[in-house]
Every structure is written in structure tokens, then in C-alpha cells.
Design a protein around this ligand. Sequence first.
Ligand code: BEZ
Length: 263
Amino acid sequence: MASYISRAAPRAFNTGLRAAAVARPAMRVQRPAAPLFRRFLQVPAEQPRLRLGSVAPNFQAKTTHGDIDFHQWMGDSWAILFSHPADFTPVCTTELGAFAKLKDEFEKRNVKMLGLSADDLESHKDWSKDIEEVASTQMSFPIIADADRSISFKYDMITQQDLEDIPKKGLPFTIRSVFVIDPAKKIRLMMIYPASTGRNTAEVLRVVDSLQTADALGVVTPINWQVGEDVIVPPSVSTADAKKKFGDVKEVKPYLRYTNVGN
Ligand code: BEZ
């Protein structure tokens, strides 16, 4: 697992041997001083492995709407956290404006939007003015200032090596992800985009609709599904039970059964 412990340090620091070394100080291996860049960053020791169903790592952050504790800020809402490699970049500018314009759609679904960009607050404030001008909208949701990229690291968007390489190679552009997080703070969707490709707001909304429909009714949704179209009865539900619950069930194959839940 990646960590901020120097790669030059003995592997013992990253394994069970570390505990043994601590328990017996006489055997403790001298840890080399961290390079200046890493000492300055003050980032977490372990990089979480994120999976669907994992708890979204909590964090405290400075945002364009004030300081937040992420889980507290979410409260009982869903959240989408979407990230950007840098301010004043063209693709990101179009993306933030497009999400801002969909404020009402996300609110209807009880989803709070949270942007993140790997720059500081002053820069975000200036950039927000450009976004508002370009998209003719108001930035109605916060943008996290992740200038040290510690939250990007926590969300597995950037590696320790990427951070160490910044002075040599410049900024990495891997920070273009979308996380959909449910009110239980579980990650329900992760999408990772290349820096060259803007996201699709309609797809983010579609996945939220699918997840919320699935959670509420115990169904799953087929390819390209949109609200109102037929849903699928999951294999765990018998056709008899599905008919009791939903009425009509169309059986294409014993394992592929459609019904309509009418929303
Ligand atoms: C952009 O958002 O336009 C962008 C960001 C990083 C690299 C290339 C483009």
C-alpha cells in the first residue's frame, strides 16, 4: 500500500515488522529524514484503497464556502465529489459551470455537490468569477482548495510518486474523478476521467437516479436506462414475488425479467 514513508526507508516501516521495531527500541532502524517536499506536505501516512461500498474517507478542508468537515457537511444528503487537476484550465472551467447550472436537478435528488481543485482558495475565488462569466451562472456549491493535494491523495487520485515528481515533471493531471457517496457515507460510484475529456453531467444524474431507484425498490437498471423506463427484477427475487410487488413482469429469459415501477 502506498504511503508517505520514504521509499528509501527499510520496508519494515510499512509492514508488521514496524511494530516489532517499535517494541524493541534497541533494534530500531534509523529512519532517513523525509525529503523537504514531503515534510512540507504533512499528508496522511497511508493511502486508502477505495472500493465501491467503502466509507468515503472523511477530511477537513478549506472551501470557497468556508471550512468543512466532509461527513458533517454531507449530513443526511447524498454527495458528488468531483475533482479538477488545476484552476484556470479550459475543460475544468466548462465542467464546473455545467454542474453549477444543474443545481436544482441535484437538489431534487437530495445530492450536495462538492468540487475540488488542486489550487489554493484565492485562486479558486478568482477562477469562480471566470466560471460564472463563461457559463452565465452562479457557483452555488463549494470548491475545496487542495493545494497540497492531501485530499486527492486520500481519494487515491494521485500517488506518492506523483507528488515527489512534481518539482521534476510538473503537475500530474490524474485528478479528474467523480465519486457518488450515499447518506451512509459509502462510495457508490467512482469514475476516473483523463484530463483531456470533460465529464458528462447527464450520466452523473442518471447514475444517481439508478442508485436511488435501486435502493428504494430493490430493482436494478439496464443499459442506458432513464427514469420511467422498464427496470430489471434482480435474480434474488422470484417472479411470483416480483408480480406481487410490481404487477406486470415481462420474462425475456428466466434470468432477465423487466417490470415498470412508474417513476
Ligand atoms: C483542462 O481542464 O482543461 C485540463 C487540465 C489538465 C490538463 C489538460 C487540460
